[in-house]
Write a protein of this length. Structure first.
Length: 602
């Protein structure tokens, strides 16, 4: 052991020596703050960050040319974590950072250094296991989701220089199975037109935009940019499977004459009209545009006034065509509209509308006052679907940001903030005289199951406990519960841990509501909006099937085949490893309880 300690000490000493001698950093005072000078010789410049510190405008100058600027909470008084700035493209060049309103006593100035690697506590307490998270920094909406050459691309709103919202860029990852993800370099950074807000990506199968240069199909990315209160749409393209992106030199491709909120382009190819369609969130309506070349766009129509919920700004639209299950080829169009605030339990949420689309206009079949929520929890927002899923697959698959704008900046994580939901498959069913959208975990999640255990035919009159769900429980598991009601008025169960923290899930038959109560779930005091009870309407019936996906900091609850979903963050002090079934006013039978460990994905 001492031998290894000696080697480790030698490596650490050598590392700091190389940082101070080879990669010397000079510091000078400027009229507005401080400047840092160095010659790029490492892959990263490691930046010490103070999480709640002042936002400091930081200009990056390379060989006397201004490259970009970012807003970074560089540490003045204490270092909470480190963020890497990728400088590998500038090797051997003179770099200067002009940092406004930073004086020479700031602690970051003695600790900024170059390095060829970036180490941090990847397995911090609340980092999920099988839900996608950014490698580091802040994340919100999923963006640029496209399937090409056996890879699912997932871009996301990313702050690469801190774990609070700022510096909106597109982070990027790819997956072959929707479970295991490979991180790629940042796809898009801010530029002179503004930061990089949400958007979408497609495969330009017929090279309509004229950007293709080789044998690979070109990928097109459409994104909003925001600068000085204005928003407009821009275009980038990739000829190397999304590994590098080139911004169109005539950006922006679409502006709005009057709207201040004009964002989140979702683009798709409309086969019958042989045109690209772009649906955009504009205040509290959606606007639809068309194009033959993906560059020049024509206004077609708008939808939304007087329909659905208008408790907040409409954002992140999607428009997809789905077959109606069991209806012999009948198809309907689903318009997905994310809204903040205005959700059923406060803050962010996703609503949808059913209707028809003819290449120009979306005609809604819902009653105007009808509101349909995709997910009834606090933490499901900005859901959008992947483009270009192969026809032989036949699925419509999407993903959502698993947080809520009421408290997203405050959740108790350190090196990263936010995760995505598991990818979900959308289906359209007919129920009574209307159509309903279901969402359910993709089948690939089931490949993670291991060490199954089960219990059957447990009669619950008042309470029935199982005190040990899993050996060596790491807080990463799945429960599938089949319940037959006999006479109970309340059908409930609680997940407990050894600290007495619990999540309470129950159905009130009198109210016809499913509830999830997280007010005693663990750490809740970081924001007044976080302690909450969420609910969803539920049919009064004899049998209920629950599927619970539990990760270190979240619970996704599905009833039936996704007719109801409810997603909530949780921050327990230790994993829940006990379940207590309870009944009020009668009894019910847990016909089957299946427990699965979900293998580590990293």
């Amino acid at each position: 052991m001492r031998h290894y300690q000696f080697i480790l000490s030698f490596i650490i000493a050598s590392f700091f020596c190389s940082c101070t001698e080879k990669n010397a950093i000079q510091i000078t005072q400027t009229e507005n703050g401080t400047a840092i000078h160095f010659k790029a010789s490492g892959k990263y410049l490691l930046l010490p960050v103070e999480d709640t510190g002042d936002e400091l405008k930081t200009e990056v100058i390379v060989n006397n040319t201004s490259e970009n600027y970012f807003i970074i909470r560089l540490a003045k008084n204490k270092i909470d974590y480190w963020m890497p700035m990728d400088i590998s493209a500038w090797e051997g060049k003179e770099i200067k950072l002009n940092i406004e309103k930073l004086n020479n006593t700031a602690i970051c100035l003695k600790n900024i250094k170059q390095a060829n690697s970036f180490d941090f506590d990847y397995n911090e307490k609340y980092r999920p296991d099988y839900h996608f998270t950014p490698l580091y920094g802040w994340m919100n909406d999923p963006n640029g989701m496209v399937y090409y050459d056996r890879e699912y691309h997932l871009c996301y709103q990313h702050n690469p220089f801190g774990t609070r919202w700022q510096n909106m860029s597109w982070g990027h990852a790819v997956s072959k199975d929707l479970v295991h993800w490979e991180y790629l370099s940042e796809a898009l950074y801010p530029d002179s037109l503004g930061t990089i807000f949400s958007g979408s990506a497609v495969v330009d199968e017929n090279n309509t935009a004229g950007f293709q240069t080789g044998n690979e199909k070109v990928l097109l990315a459409f994104y909003s940019q925001s600068e000085r209160g204005g928003q407009w749409q821009s275009l980038a393209y990739s000829n190397d499977k999304g590994r590098t992106w080139t911004k169109y030199d005539k950006n922006p491709v679409l502006k709005h004459e009057t709207a201040r909120d004009f964002r989140d382009p979702k683009v798709f190819w409309h086969e019958s009209s042989q045109k690209w369609m772009m649906i955009l969130a504009v205040g509290q309506v959606m606007e639809i545009y068309s194009s033959t070349n993906a560059k020049d766009w024509i206004y077609e129509s708008n939808f939304g006034e007087g329909y659905g919920c208008h408790g907040g700004v409409w954002e992140c639209p999607d428009l997809v065509e789905l077959p109606v299950e069991g209806a012999n080829g009948l198809k309907k169009w689903v318009l997905i509209c994310n809204i903040n605030p205005g959700g059923p339990s406060g803050g962010s949420a996703s609503q949808y509308f059913i209707g028809n689309f003819d290449g120009k206009t979306f005609q809604c079949e819902n009653n105007p006052e009808e509101v349909n929520w995709m997910d009834w929890g606090k933490d499901h927002y900005a859901f959008v679907s992947w483009a270009n899923i192969p026809k032989e697959d036949g699925r419509c698959i999407g993903i959502a940001w698993m947080s809520n704008w009421e408290y997203a900046n405050d959740v108790p994580t350190q090196n990263f903030r936010s995760a995505m939901t598991v990818p979900r498959e959308l289906k359209l069913i007919k129920k009574d005289n209307s159509y309903k959208l279901t969402n359910y975990p993709v089948k690939e999640i089931e490949n993670k199951r291991s060490n199954p255990a089960g219990f059957s035919n447990m009669i619950v009159k008042e309470e029935h406990n199982i005190d040990n769900l899993l050996e060596n429980n790491q807080g990463v598991f799945e429960l599938v519960i089949d319940i037959e009601n006999k006479s109970s008025e309340i059908i409930g169960f609680k997940l407990f841990n050894g600290k007495g923290e619990y999540i309470d899930i129950f159905i009130s038959l009198a109210e016809k509501k499913l509830y999830i109560d997280r007010k005693n779930s663990g750490t809740i005091g970081f924001n007044n909006h976080f302690p909450a009870v969420t609910y969803a309407p539920v049919d009064k019936k004899q049998n209920y099937q629950f599927r619970l996906l539990i990760d270190k900091a979240s619970i996704e609850c599905f009833e039936g085949n996704g007719e109801i979903s409810m997603t909530n963050l949780i921050f327990p002090g230790e994993p829940y490893n006990r379940i207590s079934f309870y009944s009020k006013g009668g009894e019910y039978n847990v016909r089957q309880l299946n427990i699965y460990n979900l293998n580590n994905t990293r």
